[in-house]
Design a protein around this ligand. Structure first.
Ligand code: ADE
Length: 417
């Protein structure tokens, strides 16, 4: 059933210990798991999950199991699977996992099909591959609803809903404050730098560091690169975001101009061909390219392949392309998500909130599916606020509450002195 070698007990043991390590940093999910264990709100619910198979995802899977769910899991990216985690989930948690790091495209989709063979009532997606496969195969019967983890997935699902094609309700976990403000910004910021460092061991200080896209992920990457002493240059197409980047203290340039001066390039736009063939020909010898967006489409790898006279793997996650003019360009992690391919993804401390949203939204769908339409919904404000409250509590941080007088003032229209 599972692609990799579950007989390798040492691999499974290694995964188990790493999952324990992650769980220590996930107190919100822990408190949800404790309640789920008592109340069993997900009893008998079949869940197909397509997520990056990491230690944090393992903690989420165990939380869903504690709530009484039966879950099948596959990977949401061919390079992000942590094989020790998959092995541990299968061996020690008895949760079927269909994922192996480095799986090819065909295997990736076969694993999605395996995961859907449970005939899910709930789908849990990261990038919308699960939902789109279900819709293409017309196997929607019995599905009550789903959740979506990431910006790219939410964009795809909104496009389906706008065209009237979405056949069941989805909750956009990505759009919760306790998700994107933390996971997209601090999570992607830290883990993308982590991936670049693990892959290259290059000095960030003093480098010209180009960030394409100034959404929440781009903001996080730019902020952290600046903190490490890089000269950060942002490229954008949205005038408001470009203005924001300028006033945050970054230089903003068109990608063509940035291409001439960049030492390290990171894409985080969600769109295709952001760094194109034209850019490669303008780049300095030794430029390093990577992507932090969901799909491997942001850097035109086909163009790079065509422009190169040779290529070689120079170290793990680093391919050196030699162009016909003898300039060298380094592509990290095949242009796939740098943070999950070359490092371990976002730290557990932020995934705690993202995955608390996932767990509570599954519970919400089970309780409310009868009155939900075939639309993309926001995470209920009550859930978002509760997660923030629990996280603050776990961090030992107290905050003030409004006095009666202050509440009344905010609800009156006769303001002023
Ligand atoms: N997405 C980004 N980081 C992740 C992680 N650590 N686990 C699961 N999904 C992720």
């Amino acid at each position: 059933m599972i692609a990799h070698n579950i007989k390798d007990i040492d691999l499974a043991k290694k995964g188990k210990l790493r999952i324990e390590w992650a769980a220590q940093e996930m107190p919100v999910l822990k408190s949800i798991a404790e309640r789920f264990k008592r109340e069993k709100p997900l009893k008998g619910c079949r869940i197909s999950a397509c997520l990056h198979v990491t230690t944090e995802t393992a903690v989420l899977m165990e939380t869903l199991k504690a709530g009484g769910a039966e879950t099948f899991l596959c990977a949401s990216n061919p390079l992000s699977t942590q094989d020790d985690v998959a092995s541990s989930l299968v061996r020690f948690s008895k949760i079927p996992v269909f994922a192996i790091k480095g799986e090819d495209r065909k295997t990736y989709y076969k694993h999605i099909a395996n995961t859907l063979s449970i005939n899910p009532q709930i789908t849990m997606d990261d990038g919308a591959d699960l939902v789109s496969t279900l819709h293409k195969d017309k196997r929607i019967e019995g599905v009550l609803g789903g959740t979506e983890e990431t910006t790219t997935g939410v964009i795809r699902l909104r496009a389906m809903a706008e065209k009237g094609l979405l056949r069941y309700p989805i909750i956009a976990v990505n759009d919760a404050y306790t998700k994107y403000l933390f996971d997209n910004r601090y999570g992607t910021g830290q883990s993308s730098i982590d991936g670049i460092l693990r892959a290259t061991n290059r000095l960030i200080a003093g480098s010209n560091f180009i960030v394409s896209g100034y959404g929440w992920c781009g903001k996080g990457i730019a902020m952290r690169a600046k903190g490490m002493g890089a000269r950060v240059i942002v490229t954008e197409v949205n005038p408001v975001r470009a203005l924001e980047a300028t006033m945050d203290g970054f230089e903003v340039l068109p990608i063509r101009e940035a291409s001439r001066i960049g030492d390290i390039f990171v894409t985080a736009t969600g769109d295709i061909n952001v760094i194109s063939g034209e850019c490669f020909s303008l780049m300095k010898d030794g430029a390093i390219l990577c992507n932090a967006g969901h799909f491997d489409v942001e850097i035109s790898i086909d163009a790079l392949e065509k422009m190169a006279k040779s290529k070689r793997v120079i170290r793990d996650s680093v391919v050196e392309y030699t162009l016909r003019n003898n300039k060298k360009i380094y592509l990290l992690a095949e242009g796939r998500l740098i943070n999950l391919s070359a490092a371990e993804g976002h730290p557990s401390g932020v995934m705690d909130m993202s995955f608390a949203n996932q767990a509570l939204c599954v519970e919400y769908i089970i309780k409310n599916y009868k009155r939900l339409e075939k639309k993309v919904y926001s995470v209920p404000e009550r859930i978002d606020k509760e997660i923030a409250r629990l996280k603050l509590k776990a961090m030992g941080i107290n905050i003030d509450v409004l006095t009666r007088e202050q509440t009344d003032y905010l609800h009156s229209w006769e303001m002023g002195t």
